[in-house]
Design a protein around this ligand. Sequence first.
Ligand SMILES: CCCCCCCCCCCC(=O)SCCNC(=O)CCNC(=O)[C@H](O)C(C)(C)COP(=O)(O)OP(=O)(O)OC[C@H]1O[C@@H](n2cnc3c(N)ncnc32)[C@H](O)[C@@H]1OP(=O)(O)O
Length: 191
Amino acid sequence: MATLGDHDYDYASVVRHEELDYRDGGLIAGWAAHLAGQVTVEVGQVLPPHSPHCAGCGPDNSAGLHLRAVRTASGVEAVHSFDEAQVGAPGIAHGGAVALAFDDLFGFSLYTVGALAVTRSLTVEYHAPFLLHHPYTFRVQVTNRTGRRLLLHAEASDATGKKTGSADATFVVVDPGHFAAGAEQEQSQGQ
Ligand SMILES: CCCCCCCCCCCC(=O)SCCNC(=O)CCNC(=O)[C@H](O)C(C)(C)COP(=O)(O)OP(=O)(O)OC[C@H]1O[C@@H](n2cnc3c(N)ncnc32)[C@H](O)[C@@H]1OP(=O)(O)O
């Protein structure tokens, strides 16, 4: 059990990333099946990264944010501190890095709908600077699903509860074939 923000999380219950079959062309099928099966993931559970090298949440990406998203009753949540690798103005996180955090966490909210979807549009409002080495809480939820279109909303706040950012996104549900070209390229480069 560990503490993240206001909550205790049982990391032992985390779905182990190694359990996903990323080998031998199993990347897409494994991911799709995994995602579809996560609709009922329990509140408080830490969600597995999108991929090992995902820029937002991949544990093996040395340049990534290493976000850890947790399922909440209404969506997902993450507490994150930016560091020098994401600096823009001195002491302040680059706006693009903040947008990456929002976008990646929107991706995690797909666990609440059990669908494969990708970002079609993303709008970020920067209400106050995100200071380096300060923890910010990001809360994300899917607000509407109409056909293939998902509308998502997120807010970020500092340790005092002050809103520092918000974001809205449109995601579009895709079938697993959407990821085929990228997966094939990754496989060919790995050989
Ligand atoms: C293996 C690892 C997996 C990992 C999966 C999870 C990873 C998450 C990672 C974080 C998120 C990302 O970075 S995702 C990566 C960045 N995003 C991308 O690469 C996406 C690139 N764009 C595309 O591939 C395409 O444009 C699509 C798939 C998004 C949409 O193309 P399409 O399939 O032709 O769909 P289209 O007909 O245009 O639109 C579908 C429906 O959405 C509506 N729609 C379209 N755009 C909008 C819009 N801006 N606002 C409102 N609604 C819109 C349309 O009216 C339509 O409604 P109706 O007629 O159906 O009613």
